[in-house]
Design a protein around this ligand. Structure first.
Ligand code: ADP
Length: 295
């Protein structure tokens, strides 16, 4: 299957004969989170007093300058890292270790290099859902590889795939595991623009523009991507990282990138986001200069 720009999403997924699974959804709560790393004997406060409530089925993006703690937030929610202070809840349950409710897509693909694309997905699905028969796991792995357009590459090892292809495998793996929560850390950064459009549309479909939705936390540097996908956008600042502001994105769904990007509201919001990010960058550059001068 070659990559196509999806003009009619519903029809496209019908062609693939893809039936959406029942979605189990949940909320996420970050309560007064701080995270301090130890670096060369010194401590570095990556996050300070971060509070965030993500409702059932909500799609929130985080944007902010490099190093402001976006990936750390993803790692903390997934249970990969433990906060220095504060508590995190998925639904009513406190997060104490990684669990099957969170599906993660990292920036660096994180596929097992000794497994083929298909085996990577098979392995993840088998471990995430132990009640499935081998046949069901096989079918699921094939369905999701097909959805991201990589059927022909099912027996390819990650080392032989392009960055974009590897990322599509890791996205397919997350979808195939049917987690309640999608945690996505700049998942489309490595993709060329056509694949990026395809994957954004696929994500919107998987997340569902219908009644029942996964809860998504999405990290991106791309303001247009955040505006197209999100219900709300959290703007972060650095040193120490915190969420400065959360803005509601008022556009109705389903969203059409072409008509949306020309609207007055879209242009205003985009300009606002750029101006906030620009101020953030200015502050970082000025503080770096001040540090240099103090040496
Ligand atoms: P972002 O995703 O916004 O670029 P990160 O969450 O990756 O930011 O990092 C936030 C800050 O914490 C950065 O200053 C980074 O250098 C630091 N940091 C991240 N992970 C570690 C770690 N394992 N050890 C020490 N410092 C870290």
């Amino acid at each position: 299957m070659s990559i196509v720009i999806i003009k009619d999403r519903k029809n496209y997924f019908k062609i693939l004969n893809y039936q959406r699974e029942v979605i189990f959804t949940t909320s996420i709560k970050l309560e007064d989170i701080s995270m301090v790393y130890g670096v060369n004997g010194k401590s570095h406060t990556a996050l300070s007093n971060v509070n965030l409530d993500i409702k059932n089925g909500e799609f929130i993006s985080l944007i902010g300058p490099s190093g402001c703690g976006k990936s750390t937030i993803i790692d903390l929610i997934s249970g990969i890292k433990v906060p220095t202070k504060g508590r995190i809840f998925i639904g009513d349950e406190p997060v104490i270790k990684p669990g099957p409710e969170c599906g993660i897509v990292f920036q660096d693909y994180s596929l097992f290099p000794w497994m083929t694309a298909y085996e990577n997905i098979f392995f993840a699905v088998e471990h995430a859902n132990k009640s499935l028969s081998k046949e069901e796991v096989k079918k699921t792995a094939h369905t999701y590889l097909d959805l991201v357009g990589l059927c022909k590459f099912k027996d390819a090892y990650p080392g032989t795939l392009s960055g974009g292809m590897k990322q599509r495998v890791s996205i397919a793996r997350m979808f195939a595991m049917h987690p309640k929560v999608f945690l996505m850390d700049e998942p489309f950064g490595a993709l060329d623009s056509l694949n990026r459009i395809f994957m954004q549309d696929l994500l919107l479909h998987m997340w569902s523009e219908g009644e029942s939705r996964n809860t998504v936390l999405f990290v991106t540097h791309d303001v247009d991507e955040a505006l197209l996908l999100s219900d709300r956008i959290g703007i972060m600042s650095s040193t120490p990282g915190k969420i400065e502001e959360i803005i509601d994105i008022p556009f109705s769904r389903p969203r059409c990138r072409k008509s949306l990007s020309g609207t007055e509201d879209y242009i205003k919001l985009k300009q606002y986001l750029f101006s906030v990010l620009y101020c953030e960058m200015q502050e970082i550059i000025e503080s770096q200069q001040a540090q240099k001068e103090a040496l």
